[in-house]
Design a protein around this ligand. Sequence first.
Ligand code: ADP
Length: 263
Amino acid sequence: RPDRHLNVTLLPFGRRQRLLLARDISDLTRLEQIRRDFVANVSHELRTPLTVIHGYLELLDPEDVPELAPVLGEMRAQSKRMGQIVEDLLTLSRLETQEHVADERVAMAPLLATLRKEAEALSQGRHHIVLESTAEADLLGSPKDLHSALSNLVSNAVRYTPAGGTITIRWQRSPDGAVYSVSDTGFGIPASHLSRLTERFYRVSSSRSRDSGGTGLGLSIVKHVLNLHQARLQIESTPGQGSTFSCHFGRERLLGPAGAEES
Ligand code: ADP
């Protein structure tokens, strides 16, 4: 029946036979759809009131009531944070329902230069920022989504690395295509957390993460953007020494520098 969703697996059974396992996952699929719609609707409804609150807070002048200045500052920061969470949830909803991405050229040289500038702006001179770009290739995909995913890894590296550390952004060839990676000499992540990092709102240390200003949705967005580009996220980390987040892009997503497609 067209309204049923089946999960079908073919297993070896004995020497010559195969076992066909079909599980009816229609209820699960429907629940997942309800969850997605709910999150998208709530986020959408919150957008307007938050914009209004944020707008009025910006209009208030702390000099009018100096004793309220710290409170006003905190209210502005928190309303900005809520706005960012709502925007990230809307981005995730869009990515979850999207099946394909645009096939546009994403010029890597200017993008890498921008990512380095973003790292420097966020670090404010507290870290050593290094850019190593040896892959003379551009990417094929969505410029906006790729920028946001690759930039997320840079901002995490800065936020989870104490002052004096080094952040290295790399764009290199690999046997299967090319790899974009961000390494840091920061806090690192215990192995037991690695497999759950891309879940929504999953955090290794909630207090440290909240203080660092993120929404808890960054890596989830990264994973979805990479999936849409048939790319893979690899995370390596040693607590106390640092982490490397690598995005593996296949040859089919690469464009040569002169504009000719990779063979
Ligand atoms: P957040 O907004 O909390 O940073 P993310 O989805 O970007 O959310 O990351 C999820 C969690 O993964 C973070 O809360 C943090 O605990 C951990 N994490 C991400 N990047 C790093 C990193 N470079 N070094 C250490 N921990 C990291």
